[in-house]
Design a protein around this ligand. Structure first.
Ligand code: SAM
Length: 262
């Protein structure tokens, strides 16, 4: 607005998101398993398998992947593992970018535990604190594949994040987003809503000692646009959608959206 109220609200939201993920960082992986009965692992596996990261032949270049809002590295480790074991490519690299240092710190611990180097130009995995809406340290047209899993719904300005993703991708580069979405079955939707509004905040209290952060997460899922509206936003940022632009997972509890920069 003319009076800047919107900006105040938005910056409040940004610091709130930072607080939420600061307080959940240590328990983040345990909570994900508990809340989704481990299903988030299957969704993440499917997401990465479909994207099939890595060199496809000895003539192609290794990929530069940016995993935005990458947190503790769940997607990044799957990418590296897939490139190596499925495509025999140890050169493909992943940059894990997140606004929250605590989440990245957990990710870095995991990387070292798995024996990955994280420092140096040629490190297979690196961690970078950045606001995904601007990605100031990432040059234009430099990324082959940009992924974001369960991240964009926390962004204050989603349109800005999408046009930034477009900016940093090379021509022919792929944007892929895995996110909670709208359940496409009426009965399941009722059960799911009841579960998320009562059980998840309670689990947050019991497992992580933090009810409010998990209440916030549930609310952010409800507020996120439908599959179709989000596909339109991706298109508006300049991407070409593949088919209708998304694929539902588990009756739309989550969805994968993809777009290509032509
Ligand atoms: N992608 C990981 C996964 O699937 O396990 C982490 C998802 S976690 C639910 C959401 C992440 O988004 C948090 O690590 C949070 O810090 C990050 N995030 C929120 N707003 C962000 C922003 N503006 N820029 C970059 N990361 C952001």
């Amino acid at each position: 607005t003319h009076f800047g109220f919107q900006n105040v609200a938005e910056s409040l939201k940004e610091s709130k998101v930072r607080d939420v993920f600061n307080s959940v960082a240590k328990n983040y992986d345990t909570m994900n398993d508990a809340m989704s009965f481990g299903i988030h692992r299957l969704w993440k596996d499917q997401f990465v398998q479909q994207l099939n990261p890595g060199k496809k032949s000895i003539f192609s270049e290794p990929m530069t992947i940016l995993d935005l809002a990458g947190g503790t590295g769940d997607i990044a480790f799957r990418m590296l593992d897939h490139a190596r074991t499925v495509n025999g490519d140890p050169e493909t690299r992943v940059k894990v970018v997140d606004i929250n240092e605590e989440m990245l710190r957990e990710g870095m611990k995991r990387a070292h535990g798995l024996g990955y180097r994280t420092e140096g130009e040629d490190a297979p995995i690196s961690f970078l604190v950045q606001n995904g809406e601007t990605l100031e340290a990432i040059p234009d047209n430099s990324i082959d594949l940009l992924t974001i899993a369960f991240g964009i719904r926390n962004f204050t300005d989603k349109e800005k994040a999408l046009s930034t993703a477009y900016r940093v991708l090379k021509k022919g580069g792929v944007f892929a987003c895995l996110e909670f979405s709208k359940v496409n079955n009426f009965v399941l939707d009722q059960i799911y809503r009841r579960y998320s509004f009562s059980v998840i905040p309670m689990m947050g209290q019991l497992i992580a000692g933090d009810r409010d952060s998990y209440q916030y997460l549930v609310e952010s899922i409800v507020k996120f646009p439908s599959q179709k509206d989000f596909a339109r936003m991706i298109q508006d940022a300049g991407f070409q959608l593949a088919g209708k632009g998304w694929q539902d997972l588990t009756f739309g509890v989550a969805a994968i959206h993809t777009g290509v920069k032509l």
